[in-house]
Design a protein around this ligand. Sequence first.
Ligand code: AMP
Length: 212
Amino acid sequence: MSKRRLMFLGPPGAGKGTQAQRLADDLGIPQISTGDMLREARRKGSELGRKAGEFMDAGELVPDSVVIGIVKERLEEADAQNGFILDGFPRTVAQAEALAAMGVELEGVVNIRVSQAEVLRRLGGRLTCPGCGASYHEEFSPPNVAGICDKCGGELVRRPDDQPDAIRQRLESYQAKTAPLIAFYDRLGSLIDVDGEGAPSLVETRIREAVD
Ligand code: AMP
């Protein structure tokens, strides 16, 4: 049977969100995206959302304590008891240690590999739906109707953190703080490397095979 306690790792623009959503739908388990949860908190205007917002727009990581708290609560919900896909968490070794301390043992950490050149190309044209979190690309994966989300009809936007300066900062944060997780999970024997280049449907097939 498919692994069901999964985490998706990879640089910004690797396709984590898109692929996590597809596999989660397929397996009938929730996709738990800290980026989506933080954006939702911002939309609601909560204190947490306000605090996180400044870090997010600058392309910096939100402090560990904030993110660890929201993931802990989310993992306690009923729909997460039979499996989940963590998307965008953990992003630091301290977060990975906190997850282990919660008693969560990941069955697989899917490391989506893409080149730096590809990441820049993808993030440059990314469009996101603020309503449902779906993402598109102006050139490689456009919506059926320009500017409108296929899934919920929402108006698509370019995220503030998809502007050039913020993209640079996100890549730096990834290299400095998140990339060390590759070795961390490799040591635990849970790392699954997947080639993230090519059409989304091709990457989806590779991931399916990797987690079966
Ligand atoms: P994402 O949608 O996963 O690209 O996340 C968007 C932004 O949310 C990131 O650039 C961070 O500012 C913040 N964020 C999301 N997940 C985390 C995390 N696990 N740790 C710290 N910051 C996070």
